[in-house]
Design a protein around this ligand. Structure first.
Ligand code: SAH
Length: 467
C-alpha cells in the first residue's frame, strides 16, 4: 500500500481553522486530520496560512491574515515581538496564557506520569505580567550608519535587532542599557564582531534589586581594557545616581557564553542586594538569581506550605543554587542541608546564610545524585526533601536515594512539566503519593511554566510493606 500523501503542498496558501495550541504556543489546525502548526494562531480562529514545511505526519505554516479572530487575541505591546525570540505568547490574553500553562502541566501528568487523578491547580499569575525581569544581558552590534545598537538576537539567528525597550524587563534595566549604549557610542567604542572575533564591546548586562532599587551594570569586552574607562564610569554615575556597582568583565573567547573569567570592579560594590520575603541576598555579577522575584516569593511560599515545617525537621534541599529555598526553609526547620554542583554558588549560599544570621543551614558542593545516595548509606533520614532540578529533571540514582531515605514529604520544584511527571511516576512507584501540583507563572509572555508539587510517603504497614 502506498503511503498517504500529506494533503498540503509547500508554499501553498490555505484557509485553516485552529482547534488547539501546542506547549510552545503555536496554533494547531488540521487538514483532513493532518496537523499544521502555525505560530501566532489561536484556537477558534480562522486564518489564511502559507504552508512552509511539509513532513510525513505534520507540517508548519505562517500566519498571513486572520479572518476570524479569537476573543483572547490581544495586540502585542512590543514592537519587535515577531522578530525577537524572547517571548512567544504576547498575542494571547494573560488569562489564556495561565490556562494554557495549567493545561500543559495537566497533559504531562496524564500522558507521561499516568497521574490524571492528581489535582493541578490554576496557574498563579502576576497582577501585572510585564516588566518583571530583574536581569538583562544584551549583545551589542553595529548599525548601518556605523553607530552602536543593543538588542536581542533575531529568532534562530545571531542578527541583533535594534530595539528601544523590552516590555518584560524592569524599566531601570532598559534605561541603563540605552545609557551605556549611548555613552559607548559617544566614546567610539567598537562593537565586537562574532564573524572575525574582532572589536571591543560584546554585551551589556544589568541587574536590578527590585526591592532595594540597587543597580549593577556589567560591561563585557573582548579586550583586556575598556577604553575611556574613567569617563564612561563618570557618565554612568551622572545619569544614574542610584547605580551601586559598575563592573568590567573580559571575555576574549569565541563562545556563546556571555561572561569571561576576569572581572574588574570599576566603581562601587562588588555585589548588589535584593530581598525575597525577609531574606536578603548579595548578588555578584555571576551569581544565579531568580529573574522574577515576585513570583519566586509565590513559589517559595507554596513550597514552604507544602513542607509544613514545625521546627524539629531535618530538610535536604538538593539543587540549592545560592541557597534561596534553603534559607526560606531554615527559619522553620531544625536543620537544612543544601547541595549544589557549582562551587561559587555554594560560597554565595554560605555568605547569604551569614548575612541573614541563619546558623542551621549547611551547604555542600557536589552532584545531588552522588551526595544523597552517600548520605543515605551513612544513615541520614531527612524528614523533608526539596528538589529543584534543571530542565532534565532528577537523575535516577537521586530518585532511588530519596525513595530509600523515606522522608515524610517531598517538595518537587520543576521548570519542566514533562520531566516532573516522569519523576513523579518513579516516586509514586517507590511509595510516595502526589498530593497536588501548583503551576506558578515565573515567565509571563513566554511559554515556560514552573511548578511546585507535594508528595507524601504512603503509610507503612506493620510488616514494613507500603500500603
Ligand atoms: N533552588 C535554586 C536553584 C535552582 S536552579 C533557586 O531556586 O534559586 C538548579 C540548580 O541546580 C542550579 O544552581 C544548578 O547549578 C544546579 N545543578 C545542576 N545539576 C546539578 C547536580 N547534578 N547536582 C546538584 N546541583 C545541580
Amino acid at each position: 500500500m502506498s503511503k498517504p500523501q500529506p494533503p498540503v503542498n509547500k508554499n501553498e496558501t490555505i484557509e485553516l481553522t485552529f482547534e488547539d495550541l501546542t506547549h510552545e504556543g503555536n496554533g494547531v489546525g488540521k487538514v483532513n486530520g493532518y496537523p499544521l502548526f502555525v505560530p501566532y494562531a489561536l484556537p477558534g480562529e480562522k486564518a489564511q496560512v502559507k504552508v512552509v514545511k511539509v513532513k510525513k505526519n505534520f507540517g508548519f505554516g505562517i500566519l498571513l491574515d486572520v479572518k476570524e479572530a479569537s476573543q483572547e487575541r490581544v495586540d502585542p505591546p512590543c514592537d519587535v515581538y515577531e522578530k525577537c525570540g524572547g517571548c512567544q505568547l504576547q498575542h494571547m490574553s494573560y488569562k489564556m496564557q495561565l490556562d494554557m500553562k495549567q493545561k500543559q502541566v495537566k497533559d504531562a501528568m496524564h500522558k507521561i506520569g499516568h497521574l490524571s487523578h492528581v489535582p493541578v491547580h490554576p496557574t498563579i499569575g502576576m497582577e501585572d505580567p510585564w516588566r518583571y525581569r530583574n536581569k538583562v544581558q544584551i549583545p551589542v552590534g553595529e548599525t548601518e550608519e556605523g553607530g552602536l545598537k543593543a538588542g536581542f538576537y533575531r529568532k534562530r539567528s545571531h542578527d541583533i535587532i535594534d530595539m528601544d525597550t523590552c516590555v518584560i524587563q524592569d524599566e531601570h534595566n532598559d534605561r541603563m542599557v540605552e545609557a551605556v549604549r549611548r555613552i559607548a557610542e559617544k566614546y567610539s567604542i567598537e562593537p565586537y564582531k562574532e564573524e572575525n572575533h574582532r572589536g571591543v564591546l560584546r554585551h551589556i548586562m544589568v541587574r536590578t534589586g527590585q526591592t532595594t532599587g540597587d543597580i549593577m551594570v556589567v560591561i563585557i569586552t573582548k579586550t583586556k581594557k575598556l577604553p575611556h574607562q574613567e569617563a564612561i564610569v563618570q557618565e554612568i554615575r551622572d545619569t544614574f545616581p542610584n547605580v551601586k556597582s559598575i563592573i568590567h568583565n573580559v571575555n576574549n573567547k569565541r563562545t556563546n557564553v556571555i561572561m569571561g573569567d576576569q572581572t574588574n570592579i570599576l566603581w562601587g560594590d562588588k555585589y548588589i542586594v535584593d530581598t525575597i520575603g525577609d531574606i536578603r541576598f548579595n548578588i555578584s555579577p555571576k551569581s544565579f538569581y531568580q529573574v522574577n522575584p515576585t513570583q519566586t516569593k509565590a513559589l517559595y511560599d507554596q513550597a514552604l506550605q507544602y513542607a509544613n515545617l514545625k521546627g524539629h525537621e531535618t530538610v535536604v534541599d538538593a539543587y540549592c543554587g545560592i541557597g534561596t529555598i534553603s534559607l526560606f526553609l531554615a527559619k522553620q526547620a531544625k536543620k537544612v542541608l543544601g547541595v549544589e554542583i557549582v562551587a561559587p554558588a555554594v560560597d554565595d549560599a554560605k555568605k547569604n546564610a551569614k548575612l541573614n544570621n541563619i546558623e542551621n543551614a549547611e551547604f555542600y558542593v557536589g552532584e545531588a545524585e552522588s551526595l544523597l545516595p552517600w548520605w543515605q548509606s551513612q544513615g541520614l533520614r531527612p524528614d523533608v526533601i526539596v528538589v529543584d532540578p534543571p530542565r532534565k529533571g532528577c537523575d535516577e540514582s537521586l530518585l532511588n536515594a530519596m525513595i530509600q531515605m523515606q522522608p515524610e514529604k517531598i517538595v518537587y520544584v520543576s521548570c519542566n512539566p514533562s520531566t516532573l511527571a516522569r519523576d513523579l511516576r518513579i516516586l509514586e512507584d517507590g511509595g510516595f503519593e502526589t498530593q497536588e501540583v501548583q503551576p506558578v507563572d515565573m515567565f509571563p509572555q513566554t511559554g515556560h511554566v514552573e511548578c511546585v508539587s507535594h508528595l507524601r510517603r504512603k503509610n507503612n504497614n506493620s510488616d514494613g510493606r507500603l500500603s
